[in-house]
Design a protein around this ligand. Structure first.
Ligand SMILES: NC(=O)C1=CN([C@@H]2O[C@H](COP(=O)(O)OP(=O)(O)OC[C@H]3O[C@@H](n4cnc5c(N)ncnc54)[C@H](O)[C@@H]3O)[C@@H](O)[C@H]2O)[C@H](O)CC1
Ligand SMILES: [K+]
Length: 503
């Protein structure tokens, strides 16, 4: 089964977000004021339940609809006796129509003098104490670097002891790229209205956004069909089986073509990792000179040596025997861990990939060889999963990939152009699929770029593919299994996890 994200995990660009908003207003007749009411009221409800005992909130407002959301929150919370101090960074003379209407309502609702309004940053005396600061300065409408009073407001808010709660997106964070535009709010919590935003997960986003609370808006699902990025987490992706040997597909077979002299550890880790998932068989294909190493370290794993006892790395002469071995049983292939970068091995990899018809996970040194050859076109009906760390990914293209936004766009285009699946390690981890859909993680998958950890991840992805899971699902399973292990590790230990912690 291919991955199918729930609505709560859609990740939108600013443009997609505005487009859904516009279509809902124009084609469904649900006006912007109503959308704002739903957005603000759901954030208010969450604040009431998360922060009992609050008595005073500070609301930093711009002039657009993001300020309107903040004003709705203020109205609901005032009903619960939480006083509101409002500061308008661009005054109140030029508010968006819906924000203006909400300011009027807030005034009408204030029967107990709980409302204080400052018409400019300069007028705000900055004295007082607040249980929280609502950031309604800028949302998806941000179109330039922060300057003047917005810059001052953001810098001031970040120094306050009270937690900052952002409407939709922390002010100053670019909704698409996750870059800080001159300065950026560091929120404790962000309420994502109608959809998560790409910028929440890229570059500065994760550090600035804090906890994300998704607030549903009444958008028809088909208006979100242009969304092609989804958040990957354990709430909706099926967990990989916890107990080895108990899986319903316990008959899966994984061929591992890996290892060379000095790098057999990579092949061993990948094989142990895959075996721990409960596969029917893991078959390691190896140069005959290394056989004794695997006999010694991998008793449960079948070994199929190729070549002569003097061979300690793969060579083109090993190709036909390797392909013959792969014909023995149905199964999938993991190619790459510890292969080394000898000229002969690179040549073996290129020739193997042009003839091999098995679904294949291509990792590590095999990626290096593949990028060098530039032979990205795979045989028809064969599925490839590529698992590059940032350095390996940068070899796929002549154009530099210098930030997460470029990486996301590159992974999306490259995987759809070549009909392959890419698991790009980093923060965030990104899965690109042949349809152009991408899945992003909310945890740091750079751990898997470390020697050893990458081999373990490749083993897991290979195992899930061998179980019959779809390529995107196999990558998701590998990343989430790694996350569970990492979380458990970080709870108890210090320093960096070792490969065995992920097996
Ligand atoms: N997603 C939805 O469907 C809904 C979104 N809502 C909220 O509305 C904002 C987007 O509102 P919009 O009015 O388009 O933009 P902003 O409020 O972010 O601000 C636009 C305003 O700010 C000016 N501006 C832009 N950049 C700067 C800058 N660097 N410095 C100062 N001023 C700047 C710009 O010129 C405009 O005047 C969305 O995020 C949600 O929070 C709805 O409430 C519900 C539906
Ligand atoms: K904001």
């Amino acid at each position: 089964m291919m991955l199918q994200a729930p609505l709560s995990h859609y990740v939108l660009t600013a443009r997609q977000s505005r487009e859904v908003d516009r279509k809902t207003i124009e084609e469904m007749g649900i006006d912007g004021f109503t959308l704002m009411e739903i957005a603000g009221s759901s954030a208010a409800k969450a604040i009431l339940s998360d922060r009992p005992g609050s008595s005073h909130g500070l609301y930093l407002c711009g002039k657009g609809n993001n300020a309107g959301d903040a004003l709705v929150v203020g109205r609901y919370l005032m009903q619960h006796n939480i006083a509101a101090t409002l500061v308008f960074l661009s005054g109140t003379g030029d508010l968006s129509p819906d924000a203006e209407k909400n300011l009027e309502l807030l005034r009408e609702f204030d029967s107990r003098n709980q409302l204080t309004i400052f018409e400019s940053w300069g007028a705000f005396d900055q004295s007082g104490s607040w249980d929280f600061i609502i950031d309604g300065m800028l949302g998806t409408g941000l179109d330039s670097e922060l300057r003047g009073d917005y810059l001052k407001g953001v810098q001031w808010a970040n120094k306050q002891p009270a937690p900052v709660l952002s409407m939709d997106i922390p002010t100053g964070l670019h909704a698409d790229t996750g870059e800080s535009m001159g300065a950026c709010i560091r929120a404790e919590q962000t309420f994502a209205f109608g959809g998560r935003k790409q910028g929440h997960y890229l570059e500065e986003g994760p550090a600035r956004t804090g906890k994300i609370t998704y607030c549903e808006l009444p958008f028809p699902n088909h208006f979100k069909s242009s969304c092609n990025t989804f958040l990957l987490d354990e709430s909706w992706v099926e967990r990989p089986p916890a107990q080895p040997g108990r899986h319903k597909y316990a008959s899966g077979v994984l061929y591992i073509i890996a290892g060379s002299e000095g790098l057999t550890g990579a092949a061993i880790l990948a094989a142990q990792s895959a075996w721990a998932e409960g596969l029917g068989a893991v078959i390691i294909v190896c140069p005959r000179g290394l056989l004794s190493v695997y006999e010694h370290n991998l008793p449960s794993i079948i070994k199929k040596p190729v070549g002569d006892t003097s061979d300690d790395h793969f060579k083109p002469q090993h190709l036909s025997h390797t392909l013959e071995i792969l014909r023995e049983k149905e199964g999938v292939v993991l190619l790459g861990p510890g292969l080394g970068r000898q000229e002969e091995t690179a040549s073996f990899v290129s020739r193997f990939l042009s003839r091999n018809l098995r679904n294949t996970v291509i990792d590590a040194d095999a990626l290096w060889a593949l990028a060098r050859s530039g032979q990205w076109d795979k045989p028809d009906d064969t599925q490839w999963i590529l698992t590059p760390h940032p350095g390996e990914l940068s070899r796929f293209t002549d154009h530099p990939i210098t930030n997460d936004y470029q990486r996301l766009n590159f992974v999306r285009t490259f995987s759809s152009d070549h009909h392959i699946t890419i698991l790009s390690k980093g923060m965030p981890g990104i899965i690109g699929t042949s349809s152009g859909t991408c899945y992003i993680t909310n945890y740091n998958t750079r751990y898997f770029a470390r020697a050893g950890n990458g081999d373990v991840l490749a083993g897991k992805v290979g195992a899930y593919l061998a179980f019959g899971r779809a390529p995107d699902d196999s990558c998701a399973g590998g990343l989430l299994q790694g996350k569970q292990k990492l979380d458990r590790y970080l709870e108890t230990a210090q320093g960096l996890p070792e490969p065995r912690d992920f097996i």
